[in-house]
Design a protein around this ligand. Sequence first.
Ligand code: AHM
Ligand code: MG
Length: 336
Amino acid sequence: MNINRQVLTLDEFTIKQMRDFPGATGELSSLLRDIGLAAKRVNVEVNKAGLIDILGDAGSVNIQGEEVKKLDVFANNQFTGVLKHGISCAGIASEELDDIIIFDDEVSNNSKYVCMYDPLDGSANIDVNISIGTIFAVYRRITEKGKPCGLQDFLQKGINMVAAGYIIYGSSTMLVYATRRGVNGFTLDPSIGEFTLSHPDIKCPDKGKIYSVNHGNFFQYDEKVKKYIDRCQKRTKADGGPYTQRYIGSMVADVHRNLIKGGIFMYPAITDKPKGKLRLLYECNPFAFIVEVAGGKATNGKERILDVQPTELHQRSPFFVGSKLMMEELEECMKG
Ligand code: AHM
Ligand code: MG
């Protein structure tokens, strides 16, 4: 019999990786499996989003008499639900929730990890059929096992992250996750309902030709940021250009593209939002981790993102992330 099966599923891959680590308990594999399950459920609903108009608007009652939930609330419930009922997570924080949720049951209190996520990032794009995503970060808790977790488990520096990832609900659905050992991408095969390894060991090219920024805010940017954007626009063939500007307005899609093709993504501070728009703990930090593991860099314009000590769950941060050499040029401009 010719058994020629090379494609690994997400579960097979994480279990295989765990076996290479003699001391591993399998909790991280289990947590990633839980996230994969929630992602599949969210994917089904995202694909039906266009039908919502037929079935009734969000917040109203559909033809089955059930309340139609907003997709971001639905996504939040799915991720929170799988992690609560799983065996690896002691508590969660979410963009959708003001406070952390401490699961506080016997299994959860003995779990190693806490998880933070933006369950549906770019959700303003749902109505117009543009890619959206989920972003997540996993930390080993610092509170004592056997007891409920606490806020200090969530306010850890990004450098302590154990794993981070995102799901992109796009032309196909992908789950990409990073541990310190590498970044790997899995594409959902709808015929079997499994994420399968499609992008092993992703590396971010050292340079690219794409810069992503909201040009509508240009006149609100700091002069140093404007200087870098000006350089991007003036790039010629002789110095690696011309560059192209791409900005979807869904960070997951923008950073995913730049990670694969090479590029830089920026959400600087603006006059209206002096701390920027994006959230440090579950938007900037996970992407900073993923891109750094892939060979790129991430800063807030002054400091490496992963070195920032968080003080609040929902704090915002300016964010610059991307290919190493492009980031180094940005850093040079930011020095003045
Ligand atoms: P959200 O968490 O409310 O969806 O906002 C985050 C999104 C990012 O995905 C995207 O990069 C950014 O907001 C776009 O913002 P803007 O329209 O201000 O450029
Ligand atoms: Mg968001």
